[in-house]
Design a protein around this ligand. Structure first.
Ligand code: MN3
Length: 223
């Protein structure tokens, strides 16, 4: 599909799409985005060794593969989010989708953590969490249980859908972006995210994410 055909096929949100397409770096020049902190900045909760593999190898490979797959196709002119939406329901492009979505999911994950993060958010976001989950402890319980309930590789997310916050899980590369949900925060529950530091203890890893690393300012900024 040519770029103009794609735009024509998506006239429903063409205004926003065109505006964003002009602002966003085209996927042709997609490079591994820099981490928002040093590789050792999340220690002792996530080791520099894990970050070295997870960011430096796993995330980089998704970016490299994506660039390889879209080179010379109509997709290389599109911003990353549009590549994801364009390929989400096309089984012939599942490898492109997987690498595009994993590229996006990881960048979102890194930005959703910070040294000295975790604990309760403030302001309007806390109010929204209390409305959806009763209290912050209710949110944490739901987030951890949902992360544990994801059988095999995937992600646990805090999302906004239909004006309410929800916790959802996705398998493998799947992302709320293609399910009409607005992601606020995510924790990677693929084994590569925690195995070097937590071995099989996924529950400890997700609890640690909420208690010590969640970047609530980033989450609030998504609202
Ligand atoms: Mn990962």
């Amino acid at each position: 599909m040519k770029r103009r055909e794609f735009l024509a096929a998506t006239m429903g949100y063409a205004g926003a799409l065109l505006a964003r397409a002009e602002e966003t770096i085209p996927a042709t020049t997609l490079t591994l985005p820099p981490l928002p902190y040093a590789e050792n900045a999340l220690e002792p909760y996530i080791s520099a060794r894990t970050m070295g593999f997870h960011y430096g190898k796993h995330h980089k490979t998704y970016v490299d593969n994506l660039n390889k797959f879209i080179a010379g196709t109509a997709l290389e002119k599109l911003p990353l989010e549009e590549v994801i939406k364009e390929t989400a329901s096309d089984m012939s492009k599942v490898a492109v989708f997987n690498n595009a979505a994993q590229t996006w999911n990881h960048t979102f994950f890194w930005n959703g953590m910070k040294p000295g993060g975790g604990g309760k958010p403030g302001g309007d976001l806390l109010g929204q969490i209390e409305k959806a989950f009763g209290d912050f402890a209710g949110f944490k319980k739901t987030f951890v249980e949902t992360g544990l309930a994801q059988f095999g590789s995937g992600w646990v997310w805090l999302v906004m859908e239909g004006g309410a916050l929800k916790v959802v899980k996705t398998a493998n590369a799947d992302t709320p972006l293609v399910h009409g949900q607005k992601p606020l925060l995510t924790c990677d529950v693929w084994e590569h995210a925690y195995y070097l530091d937590y071995q099989n203890r996924r529950k400890d890893f997700v609890e640690m994410f909420v208690d010590h690393l969640a970047n609530w300012e980033f989450a609030a900024a998504q609202l």
